[in-house]
Design a protein around this ligand. Structure first.
Ligand code: ADP
Ligand code: ZN
Length: 627
């Protein structure tokens, strides 16, 4: 509709110009322009019949006979071609004698009102039209109107991608079985919402998928839609945020309206973080448009019942910056985490992507998987594609191992630049580091049991992780428990020291946390023999926003500060010595676990317990008894 409108404006402008030109043309053709002096000469010579006067022009008829006597020959010929009366026009000059001369020559004259419509049009309407055309063009350029145009601002039709059938199923998603499992319930619900409605079951409204770029978040959401056979509406969080306040909010409203019409269906919001950043933290003290949009999203999510069959899924790789309001019950309260795939997962993903690729018999996907630690699903898909392209370029019948190796080199180089894969040496360091955490955690009475050890990079900064399962929720911690925590935190670094005689920067966060605990023990909990029973530190955050107090606000003397530092150092160095002894005594376990990690990248609790039990120096009963 808007396109037509724009066109008709142009048509109109063209038509107006054409009319003006034509008028001008015809007027000129019929009336011969002459100079005012010529006009006066002709008047005195009695050649004029009648004239009409306007403010600016004089028009009239003259008889062409005998012009030669009045005007020079050339002009007479030009004006008086042929016989009979001719129309002429001349521009009026300020001549007080004019009327007297006309009377004297007995020419009939009449005043005439100039038609001003053309002038009005030119001076007023045309600029307005040009301005309007320019304005609507700019609006369209800013993407504000979508194809809905100026009158339909906020209709998000242009940006919402609707797929009636995604054609993706769970079979296309590999290596993230846990996530699939968690989403199975939602598939069931979308298949037969009535059954759930009848039973009054509560279905989650919002599912947040968290994972690094390329780990298959979009793919997974599409697979849920595909499995359930429902339409899939996608929009990116960044599409919501526009320059004009109110547009994003209108888009949200429209999106939910569309979804309700299509229910049961899935709304998928990619890059939720672009829209859902915590409010009120912008440089300008907030971002009105984004906040309005976010608020509208919250309102819409609260406003509709999931039982109507609309499930909202969203993806982000930065969950930590999301506004907490988004994660409250009734909104995105279901979280599905996708890690980068481990060895087995990578093998499975490679299998999916080589389904339709002709592989040479010697191709060993097992080996390819082993060579690609740190690759996300998208990287693996890319790898297979590169290899296939290379084979095609060389006109081979099948993709062989040389193609894979070449593709691998290229992709690894690219990823290394982006700092997304580890080299083998780094991998070994991380393996020993994490094994250290795990072995010490398992041998301390009060430390939480290890649930999982992994050397797959997760998030930003962490190269691996050891996940501990708290045995129960704890509000009070004893001194011995705090000390065990410090031991576990230091263990990664100490393991690196023992094995490589050197430490890496990867232990930085561990050290900071251990120091924190030690400092709290001394200055807040009164757990130091040296300083005795006194709290030296105010609570360490301001009452608002959890911001740390500025450095230098403290209520004790410089001497006490030094004593506290000395105590903290003592606690840490004692802990380090204890850990060193433990790890030296359990060197075999450390080596075995590190080796296992290098092979498999992830070791779950069950495998860890088996591994340790199989060693001659099996861990003391006390540690295992608490499971
Ligand atoms: P994200 O949304 O997490 O950035 P995508 O879902 O867009 O990642 O993944 C991009 C592509 O990578 C997918 O289209 C698919 O080809 C491939 N891919 C990613 N993860 C997997 C997986 N687990 N199994 C199979 N293919 C995957
Ligand atoms: Zn660590």
């Amino acid at each position: 509709m808007e396109r037509k409108q724009a066109f008709s404006i142009w048509y109109f402008l063209i038509a107006v110009t054409a009319v003006m030109l034509l008028q001008d043309f015809f007027g000129r053709q019929h009336a011969q322009p002459i100079a005012y002096s010529e006009f006066k000469q002709l008047l005195r010579a009695g050649k004029l019949a009648e004239v009409a006067l306007t403010d600016q022009l004089i028009t009239g008829t003259l008889s062409a006979e005998g012009l030669e006597g009045v005007l020079p020959k050339a002009r007479a010929d030009a004006i008086g071609k042929g016989q009979g009366p001719h129309r002429f026009t001349t521009v009026r000059v300020d001549d007080p004698q004019l009327i007297a001369d006309l009377e004297a020559a007995k020419v009939s004259y009449a005043g005439q009102i100039e038609s001003k419509w053309l002038a009005t049009l030119l001076s007023w309407i045309v600029p307005a039209l040009v301005f309007f055309a320019l304005w609507s063009f700019l609006i369209r350029r800013m993407g504000m109107g979508g194809h809905g145009g100026v009158l339909e601002i906020g209709k998000s039709k242009a940006k919402v991608y609707l797929e009636k059938q995604t054609g993706v199923t769970f079979a296309d998603v590999a290596g993230i079985d846990e996530a699939k499992q968690e989403l199975m319930e939602i598939v069931e619900f979308l298949r037969s919402p009535e059954r759930y409605r009848r039973l009054g079951g509560k279905i989650p409204k919002g599912v947040l998928i968290v994972g690094a770029p390329g780990t298959g978040k979009t793919l997974l959401a599409k697979a849920v839609a595909g499995e359930a056979g429902v339409p899939f509406l996608t929009i990116s969080g960044s599409d919501f945020v526009e320059m004009f306040v109110g547009v994003g909010a209108a888009r949200v409203r429209d999106l939910f309206k569309q979804a309700e019409e299509k229910a049961p269906c899935i709304i998928f919001i990619d890059e939720l973080d672009a829209l859902g950043k915590a409010r009120g933290v912008g440089v300008w003290g907030g971002h009105d448009e984004r906040e309005q949009t976010l608020n509208q999203l919250l309102v819409e999510m609260d406003g509709f019942e999931s039982n109507r069959g609309v499930i909202i899924m969203a993806a982000t790789n930065r969950p930590e910056i999301l506004d907490p309001a988004l994660l409250r019950p009734g909104r995105f309260d279901r979280h599905v985490a996708i890690d980068k795939p481990d060895l087995k997962g990578r093998r499975a993903i490679l299998a999916v992507h080589t389904r339709n690729v002709k592989l040479a018999p010697e191709v060993d996907l097992e080996r390819v998987a082993a060579l690609t630690p740190g690759f996300a699903g998208a990287d693996l898909a890319n790898l297979v594609n590169e290899a296939a392209l290379r084979a095609a370029r060389e006109d081979k019948g099948a993709v062989d191992m040389r193609d894979f190796d070449a593709a691998l080199d290229r992709i690894v180089a690219g990823l290394e630049k982006k700092n997304r894969v580890m080299n083998p040496k780094e991998k070994e360091t991380v393996a020993y580091h994490e094994a250290g955490h795990a072995i010490v955690a398992e041998s301390r009475t009060y430390a939480d049991r290890v649930a999982k050890v992994s050397i797959i990079p997760r998030g930003i900064g962490a190269l691996g992780y050891t996940q501990q399962q708290p045995t129960e929720d704890r509000y009070l911690l004893k001194q011995s428990e705090l000390l065990d925590r410090i031991d576990v935190l230091l263990a990664g670094r100490v393991a690196e020291e023992i094995v490589f005689g050197d430490v890496s920067t990867g232990a930085q966060n561990d050290l900071a946390r251990a120091t924190d605990i030690a400092r709290s023990m001394v200055s807040r909990y009164g757990m130091s023999a040296e300083l005795g029973l006194a709290a030296f530190e105010e609570p360490r955050t301001t009452p608002f926003l959890n911001t740390p107090l500025p450095e230098g606000i403290r209520s004790y003397s410089e001497r006490t500060a030094q004593a506290i530092d000395a105590e903290v150092r003592k606690i840490l160095s004692e802990a380090r010595e204890r850990v060193r002894q433990t790890l030296a005594a359990k060197r075999a376990a450390l080596d075995a676990l590190a080796k296992r990690l290098l092979e498999q990248e992830v070791v779950e609790r069950a495998a860890l317990v088996d591994l340790l039990a199989a060693l001659p120096e099996a861990l003391p009963r006390a540690a295992c008894a608490r499971e």
